[in-house]
Design a protein around this ligand. Structure first.
Ligand SMILES: *Cc1c(COP(=O)(O)O)cnc(C)c1O
Length: 431
């Protein structure tokens, strides 16, 4: 499901009119639906049914403390990629014992912090990292729980910046050499072999690559279970979501709800592709979804500042910029743009929707057919709940936008908009 729909001529998040959010807290503002996040989590959890599993939400997709708390209370674990994310998870009431620590470049300080807090597993990406973890665990006289991240070399057709599972990218250890690294790990006195991990990419829109990757690592899992008592297989995240929604010519609505299905493929088809090969392995299964849980649960609410007719094009200039939501500039990604006031009979026109940042790459849509937009009106950049705020920057000295969480008919700021004073905090003169 997603919780954004028109009622009484206004776009709502759950039961909250988005114009009320803008009135109370200004724009640009990220708005998240608590109900949608929990619904996605619960549906995925239910689809895995009787399988012994743990869903570790990939905190990097949206690490707002209120979002993390929501999922922690729902029973989720977390997949973290830095000491900062571990700190956030703990601050939100999450448990280190339900955290997996991923990433190719963990620092000694981060490893020591994660050991002190007692994470469930380090997902290790190289032999050098394994040796470093062993050394730091020795200093604490503990055994560090680890999983090796294997690169199964499967092609998941997605954008090249978010494909991670082929031999050409920096992630993981080659499937042909991973057994040798496990042997090395088994001889390290301060390492405890706990699992095997993989993550083949992001925004994957079919179930096949997941099943294929599981099939590829299944023999490895069996052997590792026998040799080292392997406890878990993590199959990573990467489930894609629907970003594009067509104009519904039947109803004339610009925002068409596709029958409540938020994944590019259904949770059921995902589950039925992965469950049979997983069941036969007889180990605990970890999943690390990020985008699937939060992507369609959030929008970036922005106001049209100016409409500018240039020689060849019409530009709609909004008050959000690439510093607030960089996905279109970084990944050529598509976000639907929906007026908060229902467009009704407004005539369509082709426009570029751009931000105020001094870069030609600062656009949200190019040559897109949209209902005629007026200066001063509010629009929602849809599907902005994942890899949105977390990638924001202060470029052009633009303060971070606010973040708002909606629960039913109530809403609250869960991160304040930055002020100008925040922009120079920590800076020093040197004369
Ligand atoms: C980014 C990442 C995820 C989450 O990816 P999504 O596409 O958001 O589901 C999971 N695991 C690892 C190791 C990652 O790097």
């Amino acid at each position: 499901m997603h919780a954004f729909h028109y009622a009484d001529g206004r776009l709502r998040c759950e039961d909250v009119d988005l114009s009320a959010v803008a009135e109370a807290h200004g724009t640009p503002t990220y708005v998240y639906s608590a109900g949608t996040i929990l619904d996605h989590y619960q549906r995925l959890d239910a689809a895995l049914g009787e399988l012994d599993h743990l869903i570790c939400y990939a905190a990097k997709a949206n690490s707002n403390r209120a979002v993390l708390r929501l999922l922690a209370q729902g029973g989720a674990g977390f997949d973290i990629v830095s000491g900062g994310e571990l700190y956030r998870v703990l601050a939100a009431g999450g448990e280190a014992a339900r955290c997996t620590f991923a990433g190719v470049g963990k620092s000694p300080e981060e490893i020591d912090y994660a050991l002190a807090e007692g994470v469930f597993s380090f997902n290790v990406e190289s032999e050098a990292e394994l040796e470093e973890i062993n050394r730091i665990a020795a200093a604490r006289d503990v055994r560090a729980p680890i999983a090796l991240r294997v690169n199964p070399d499967v092609e998941a057709s997605t954008h090249k910046y978010i494909s991670t599972g082929t031999h050409e990218n920096k992630f993981g250890i080659g499937i042909d050499v991973v057994m040798r690294v496990y042997e090395a790990a088994s001889r390290m006195p301060h390492i405890r072999i706990r699992g095997l991990q993989m993550h083949i990419g992001s925004q994957i829109t079919e179930a096949r690559p997941f099943a294929e990757a599981i099939g590829k690592v299944a023999p490895l899992v069996r052997e590792l279970k026998e040799r080292y008592g392997l406890e878990f297989l993590s199959i990573g995240g990467g489930m894609g979501i629907v970003y594009k929604r067509a104009l519904d010519s039947g109803t004339g609505k610009w925002w068409h709800d596709h029958g409540g299905e938020e994944s590019a493929f259904s949770v059921q088809s995902y589950a039925s592709a992965i469950l049979p090969p997983l069941r036969s392995l007889g180990v605990r299964v970890l999943l690390e979804p990020g985008r699937f849980l939060v992507g369609n649960a959030g929008v970036l609410l922005t106001r049209v500042r100016y409409v500018k007719q240039a020689a060849a094009k019409k530009f709609v200039i909004v008050d959000a910029g690439m510093n607030d939501l960089i996905r279109p500039a970084l990944y050529q990604s598509h976000h639907e743009i929906v007026p908060v006031t229902e467009p009704g009979e407004r005539r369509p026109e082709n426009v570029d929707v751009v931000g105020p940042v001094c870069e030609s790459g600062d656009f949200f849509a190019q040559d897109r057919e949209l209902p005629e937009l007026r200066e001063g009106e509010l629009v929602a950049l849809m599907s902005a709940g994942a890899y949105g705020f977390v990638m924001a920057s202060n470029y052009n000295s633009r303060p971070f936008p606010a973040e708002v969480l909606v629960r039913g008919g109530r809403f609250a700021v869960v991160r304040e908009r930055q002020t100008y004073a925040d922009l120079v905090r920590g800076e020093r003169d040197f004369v």
